[in-house]
Design a protein around this ligand. Structure first.
Ligand code: SF4
Length: 494
């Protein structure tokens, strides 16, 4: 992987940048360095210890403590691509092609740190608060890095990165995008601005942590929309209040008009809600999106009410208004002019708001890396790359990223998506082309590897991997064993 072309320097050929690196220095990506004239990968190879049904000896047996203290005893090694290095150009075999016997089956794992020009992250932010409209641009350090995409239930979604920003814009846009993606994937906090200048929302995103929106740390994800909340908690309210409004930017619910209220025989109250009526007791667009009650821009819930109908309302009518997270609530009683007057919240109604809050899940940010091993990366696995794609689609080859389960998209190519929290820490790097460097492993039977034209001559036993220099991590609880039989179609045949 090196050539001596300049005195005192070696040339790294692990990516198209082809850095000349002086002794004691590292290359542009900080992943490779010149150590006494030898090109070395600076981060250790990472081995995941997967729970084993049948122990396979891995560490030398003559050591007093063969597991080196930080390893889960009784676990079997899975050599991940984290720290494995890259081969470039792509026709060369992957850095590690590792075989081991798994329950009597000869398996091989092809391990490489892929250079992904086509990649990005999908971010799910559990919040009702308005962070931007669909298609609003997301900026980091003033550079566009992605956009707001379709909201999901109780969550806002961002689509960040991709070639459009990595290579399709200015040099600075590409560099900032690459850096933001890498930090997000390595679980670091990234501050971003969403929307037009002067009307931006500042959001800090970090995988596994609550979002910080305009300086406020989000606490809870809503229990459901306003309509769903009416349907979930009516029995907490009947007998204690005459009307309930659950304020929500999506669907605001009204108990007396809702089918729930009808079935529980809640009398009409003559309430009037501003907004577009959908079906009975369900209203859209009661206010603008914002960071107030239920993801609207209001701080005073009465602003969404019109005058009560005097033919139906009565003096003393009891009204509870509550948000979809139960964090905001207020209690009113109508005076002689049918105007709501705020009162102390009765204890049972406070308990109902607390119950809504208790049923809300903590708000977190989820970061999923998405990348395509569409063409070149596959050549490090086989001389006939399309056969690898077919093998993956045929469930003969299992794809993992840093040992974590990767969802493989249907259709052409090998486009994967993986939760960065399932991966070992510091799994991601970059090269200044710019592109993200991410681990990817292909696991299959040796016989299948032969059949698809794999680099058979480069297979080495897992026992030949320098395990003393490796970083050993426990497998994530939520991840499957990448070598487990159930991952493969042939296991169905016994
Ligand atoms: S950027 Fe990194 S991988 Fe690419 S040539 Fe330079 S040191 Fe090697």
């Amino acid at each position: 992987m090196k050539q001596d072309l300049k005195p005192g320097k070696i040339r790294c050929d692990a990516c198209p940048v082809m850095c000349y690196i002086a002794d004691g220095k590292s290359g542009a990506c900080d992943r490779y360095a010149n150590q006494d004239g030898t090109l070395v990968r600076l981060d250790p190879l990472t081995i995941v210890q997967t729970p084993d049904r049948k122990l396979v000896p891995f560490m030398p047996s003559d050591r007093e403590d063969p597991w080196d203290g930080d390893i889960i005893k009784g676990a079997r090694p899975f050599v991940t691509a984290v720290g494995a290095g890259t081969t470039y150009p792509d026709y060369k075999p992957a850095p590690f092609i590792v075989s081991q016997d798994i329950d009597g089956v000869d398996m091989v794992t092809v391990v490489t740190e892929g250079i992904f020009s086509y990649c990005g992250v999908k971010v799910k932010i559990d919040t009702d608060r308005h962070i931007g409209h669909e298609c609003d641009v997301v900026r980091v350090d003033g550079e566009p890095v992605g956009h707001v995409t379709t909201s999901e239930y109780g969550s806002k979604m961002l689509s960040l990165g991709g070639v459009e920003h990595l290579t399709g814009g200015s040099k600075k846009e590409g560099r900032v995008t690459c850096d933001a993606l890498m930090r997000l994937c390595n679980r670091e906090a990234v501050a971003m601005a969403i929307g037009e200048a002067g009307d931006e929302t500042e959001v800090v995103v970090q995988a596994g942590q609550p979002p910080i929106i305009d300086g406020v740390t989000e606490n809870l994800m809503r229990v459901g929309c306003g309509s769903a909340t009416i349907g979930m908690f009516p029995k907490q309210w009947i007998g204690h209040v005459d009307e309930v409004v659950v304020v929500d930017d999506h669907i605001t619910g009204v108990l007396s008009e809702h089918e729930t209220g009808k079935q529980l025989k809640v009398p009409a109250t003559g309430i009037k809600i501003k907004g577009r009526r959908s079906t009975p007791g369900r209203y859209f667009q009661v206010a603008e999106p914002g960071t107030g009650w239920g993801g609207t821009d209001i701080d005073d819930p009465l602003t969404i009410l019109g005058p009560f109908n005097p033919k139906m309302a009565w003096e003393g009518l009891r009204l509870l208004m509550v948000s979809t997270t139960g964090e905001q609530y207020a209690y009113f009683e109508l005076d002689a002019d049918l105007i709501p007057q705020i009162k102390t919240v009765p204890e049972p109604l406070k308990a109902s708001a607390d119950l809504i809050a208790e049923n809300c899940e903590p708000s977190v940010c989820s970061v999923l890396f998405m990348g395509g091993a569409g063409g070149s990366l596959r050549a490090g696995v086989t001389e006939n790359p399309v056969r690898l794609t077919r093998s993956v689609k045929d469930s003969l080859t299992h794809v993992s990223c840093g040992g974590a389960d990767a969802f493989v998209w249907p259709g052409g190519g090998i486009t994967v998506m993986v939760d960065v929290l399932d991966m070992p820490t510091q799994s991601f790097g970059y090269v200044p082309t710019p592109a993200l460097v991410a681990p990817i492993e292909f696991t299959l039977r040796v016989s299948d590897y032969k059949a698809l034209g794999g680099h058979i001559g480069h297979i080495r036993s897992v026992d030949d991997v320098n395990r003393n220099a490796a970083r050993h991590v426990a497998q994530n609880d939520s991840a499957h064993d990448p070598t487990a039989r159930r991952n493969f179609r042939w296991s169905a045949r016994g």
